[in-house]
Design a protein around this ligand. Structure first.
Ligand code: ZN
Length: 330
């Protein structure tokens, strides 16, 4: 019989508490202890913030820790639970997936108590943390191989009321982009949270390195969300990004994904948030087999905005190169 996950302290205790979420050992590894922060100021909204789902996206763990620093001084009501690194094994390995079982934590929800370690983490979160929250913020970033603007992402939700509430919450973060992203993969955390009628928003961020400016924008977005939910008093501030304080709401469809026609080195010729017309050059794919093999132009199939563009890593054939988007018209 498999062991059951537990939390080493009473999440219902008033005030500030810290301890661990214990994910039981299994056939593949020993038990894990994930640090958990809880701040319970009584009646009000209930929020779970998670970072470090993917181990090569460090903005989330860093911003979660920053929020832990200032929240005790500013939270006026309700309950916030924060787990800065929901997948410490992947963070330590600096990999997207958990190195032990090769699984993506954001594809195994609601998890399995008798599964491999990634499934046991999802099971522990589903059983013990999710019931304590009405809203979840999952702090991701696009990782080191993409250029991507600071954004809140949500996927289409069948429940129209929850979709509207989610978009409103996402826009309240006031990040440069709010993105409704048509995406369909089983086992995602957001799908599981939505199936329980709860709000879920995902912060994404991208490009190369984890820098101070990006972290400041990311942190401002989380603070704005905490203001919108009523946890924190004050005025939401739109962060400055590329010398501008603007926000736009975009949508990207499955057909907006441009894949690489061959393996090679991708040379971007556009920057993120550039507007392109049909036929405009977005980038060039350089096969490496021979210098005479001929490079391949990647052109815009339609008028759109470049929302995410691959950078800094060799690509395989059929890997995603670019995500295009357009203003969302509801
Ligand atoms: Zn991620």
């Amino acid at each position: 019989m498999s062991e059951i996950p537990n939390i080493t302290f009473d999440l219902d205790a008033p005030g500030l508490s810290t301890g661990h979420l214990v994910v039981p050992k299994g056939a593949d590894c020993e038990a894990l202890s994930l640090p958990v922060f809880s701040l319970n100021k009584g009646e009000g909204p209930r929020l779970l913030i998670t970072g470090g789902c993917h181990g090569n996206e460090l903005e989330g763990p860093i911003v979660a820790r920053r929020v832990i620093e200032w929240l005790p001084e500013t939270q006026v009501c309700g309950r916030v639970i924060i787990v800065p690194e929901i997948n410490p094994l992947a963070v330590q390995a600096c990999t997207r997936n958990t190195p032990i079982d090769g699984k993506n934590l954001n594809r195994v929800y609601p998890g399995r108590a008798d599964g491999s370690v990634t499934e046991r983490i999802a099971d522990a979160v589903s059983r013990l943390l999710l019931p304590m929250a009405d809203t979840v913020f999952d702090l991701h970033s696009f990782g080191p191989t993409w250029d991507f603007p600071p954004a809140i992402i949500t996927h289409p939700i069948a429940d129209a009321d929850l979709m509207a509430k989610t978009l409103k919450m996402a826009e309240a973060c006031k990040l440069p982009v709010t993105l409704l992203w048509e995406y369909d993969a089983p086992g995602m955390f957001d799908t599981w949270v939505h199936s329980q009628g709860k709000l879920f928003i995902c912060a994404e961020f991208g490009g190369g390195t984890v820098g101070a400016e990006a972290l400041a924008i990311y942190e401002a977005g989380v603070r704005n969300a905490l203001i919108a939910l009523g946890f924190v008093e004050g005025k939401a501030e739109r962060p400055t990004y590329r010398q501008k304080k603007t926000s736009q709401t975009l949508e990207t469809l499955l057909s907006d994904e441009l894949k690489s026609p061959a393996s090679g080195i991708f040379e971007p010729r556009c920057s993120m948030l550039d507007e392109v017309k049909q036929g405009d050059l977005i980038g060039i794919l350089h096969p490496m087999e021979s210098l005479s093999a001929g490079s391949i132009d990647i052109r815009a199939p339609t008028t759109s905005v470049v929302c995410a563009i691959r950078s800094g890593a060799h690509v395989d054939a059929n890997e995603e190169l670019v995500y295009l988007a357009r203003p969302l018209n509801l």
